[in-house]
Design a protein around this ligand. Structure first.
Ligand code: FMN
Length: 346
């Protein structure tokens, strides 16, 4: 543990993207931690998927499906890889990832840098046990963005525990317009059609990942479209383009903001989705989680499971174990026998 804390401290001294690359390398070399056995109170069900614990790794950390196994070993109950696009893509010019240390926040404008669907599929296809989701997206220069989602879904069918359709990255121009009514209807209609034509043996639940910057009325529209097309749930939320008051030097950088300043905005949005879906959809709560208390807040706001990413940059991989321990204690202190009993309990 001390070794990992030292490594985390050393990583803070280097450029944020280099630190991330080093972390991936270390994990590939099996230098990651091994978490303790899960407390059974943290086991839960996410849209029919049995999770050993409720705390997942959010996408963006393992974009190319290279380190899901060591991150499961570190203690995450599930790992979501991606976003993957059909063709490999370089993303935006560097620097494009900024740590806002004083704000416990991150700004990124990566732009879906990834090695493409083939490399991703080969790695995911060889996976062993554990819950691994695939987050799919569209290439920046694609002439048929909806077609990109269908291509990824078809190629990865039978390999992923679940799929997340990501239409909420602020770093691919025009992508978030897929969240508007007409575009969303077309997207989800075509996705459902493709899904229903694929072999039932590979069936996996589909989630939609949304931005926290939605306007009044959009929440209901999105919920109804997801329910109508048989999606299993919604991931709330991606990074925000808003800028709650920040003090760090990099606060003015363009891109999506994540980490502590996103916690209240994304949780409010989660609560709105919980109200609109009234139990019809499974919600994954993500945005600003850095403690067991934060994870518990998301669950009580309606999340069946939670994910985090940014806090790892400040706390290191041992964070997941601390969050789980604290969450289990909070559930017991409030008399809940399971995570699911606490979902949406105000
Ligand atoms: C560097 C970075 C890259 C990200 N890349 C993706 C991505 O490729 N796809 C995606 O759906 N979300 C991506 N995200 C968003 C996270 O999955 C998550 O929704 C967001 O950061 C809020 O959670 P957090 O505050 O715990 O980081 C990225 C976030 C960061 C910080």
């Amino acid at each position: 543990m001390i070794l990992h804390d030292l490594a985390t401290a050393a990583m803070r001294a280097v450029d944020a993207e280099d630190a991330h690359r080093l972390a991936i390398l270390g994990l590939k070399l099996k230098l990651g931690p091994r978490g303790p056995k899960d407390d059974p109170i943290l086991a839960t069900d996410l849209a029919g998927i049995a999770l050993p614990n409720v705390v997942g790794l959010a996408p963006g950390f393992d974009k190319d499906a290279e380190v899901f196994a060591p991150m499961l070993r570190a203690g995450f109950g599930f790992v979501e890889c991606g976003t993957v696009t059909p063709n490999p893509q370089a993303g935006n010019p560097r620097p494009r990832l900024f740590r806002l240390t004083e704000d416990r926040a991150v700004i990124n404008r990566m732009g879906f840098n990834n090695q493409g669907l083939e490399a991703f599929a080969v790695r995911l296809g060889a996976r062993g046990v554990g819950v691994v989701g695939a987050n799919i997206g569209a290439n920046k220069d694609s002439a048929d963005r909806i077609g990109d989602y269908l291509t990824a879904l078809t190629r990865l069918w039978g390999m992923a525990s679940y799929f997340t359709i990501n239409i909420s990255s602020p770093n691919t121009p025009g992508l978030r317009a897929l969240q508007t009514k007409g575009a969303l209807e077309e997207l989800l209609g075509r996705i459902a059609e493709t899904r229903d034509a694929l072999p039932a043996t590979g069936a996996a639940p589909l989630f939609l990942k949304v931005a926290p910057d939605l306007e009044a009325g959009e929440v209901e529209t999105i919920v109804e479209a997801c329910a109508a097309h048989g999606l299993a749930g919604i991931v709330v939320s991606n990074t925000t383009i808003s800028r709650p008051s920040l003090v760090s030097a990099s606060a003015g950088e363009a891109g999506g903001l994540s980490g502590a300043p996103l916690m209240s905005l994304s949780t409010q949005m989660l609560g709105q989705f919980a109200q609109a879906s009234a139990g019809r959809l499974a919600l994954i709560g993500v945005g600003g989680i850095a403690s067991g208390a934060d994870a518990y807040t998301k669950i009580r706001a309606g999340a069946c499971a939670v994910q985090l990413y940014s806090a790892l940059a400040f706390e290191g991989p041992g964070l997941v174990t601390r969050i789980k321990r604290d969450l289990a204690a909070r559930l017991r202190a409030d008399g809940f026998a399971s995570v699911s009993a606490a979902v949406g309990a105000h």
